[in-house]
Design a protein around this ligand. Structure first.
Ligand code: HEC
Length: 188
């Protein structure tokens, strides 16, 4: 009986110290691990978005794909989210007002403009933020480029119907379009 109690107690102590170690680990995980996890999440999310977008375009063309983005961009971006990981896109010249940058995102965008775009880890009290620049590619100009030159009139009309305050046009290939922002919430 005594032995059992002792074993129980040791087990309990073991459990306590393990959870303490775990806690320390979560706050001490190096930037490289978050860069790796962030890169992987962005690759998965971008693949999902791009493949769905391409099939929407192939299916019924660009104006229809605007409706598709309007309905699916948010749910598709959230596929790999969970309780402690949030994934979003933000842009200084946004199309969807929900993608307006917050102060941390604004500072990251400003930093990319001054120092050049590169993936960054930013730590705040309870979160580790992974920020990756989104650059304009030729294909994106169909919906984010120069009206008439890159964006067809019927596509522009569909954009204006869905997004009356759209700012996300007149981009050129290679421009900084915005950022991926993944926030990992730390366990304390
Ligand atoms: C078929 C038209 C279309 C194409 C092609 C397209 N986009 Fe978009 N994009 C949209 C629409 C519509 C939204 C708004 C989605 C929403 O409501 O969440 C959007 C939103 C975004 C956003 C979020 C910020 C914001 O302005 O709201 C980013 C970043 C973005 N696009 C980048 C790209 C990139 C990079 C490419 C090329 C790889 C691309 N887009 C291709 C239509 C398009």
């Amino acid at each position: 009986m005594r032995l059992l109690t002792l074993i129980g107690l040791v087990g309990l102590l073991g459990a306590c110290s393990a959870s303490k170690e775990e806690q320390q680990e979560t706050t001490q995980v190096p930037d490289s691990v978050y860069l790796y996890r962030g890169d992987k999440l962005v690759a998965q999310t971008f693949d999902t978005l791009r493949n769905s977008l391409l099939s929407a375009i192939a299916d019924k063309g660009f104006p229809h794909a605007i409706d598709f983005c309007n309905e699916q961009a948010y749910p598709l971006t959230a596929i790999y989210q969970n309780d402690s990981v949030s994934i979003r896109r933000a842009s200084a010249r946004f199309r969807n007002p929900n993608n307006r940058p917050d102060s941390l995102e604004m500072a990251a965008l400003a930093d990319f403009i001054v120092n050049g775009p590169s993936t960054k880890i930013i730590r705040t009290r309870d979160q580790v933020h992974y920020i990756k620049p989104i650059m304009m590619q030729a294909m994106c100009l169909n919906c984010h480029g120069v009206p008439d030159e890159n964006i067809k009139p019927e596509t522009l009309q569909a954009i204006r119907e869905r997004y009356p305050t759209d700012q996300a046009i007149n981009y050129a290939e290679g421009d900084l379009r915005g950022i991926w922002h993944i926030a990992f919430t730390l366990k304390r």
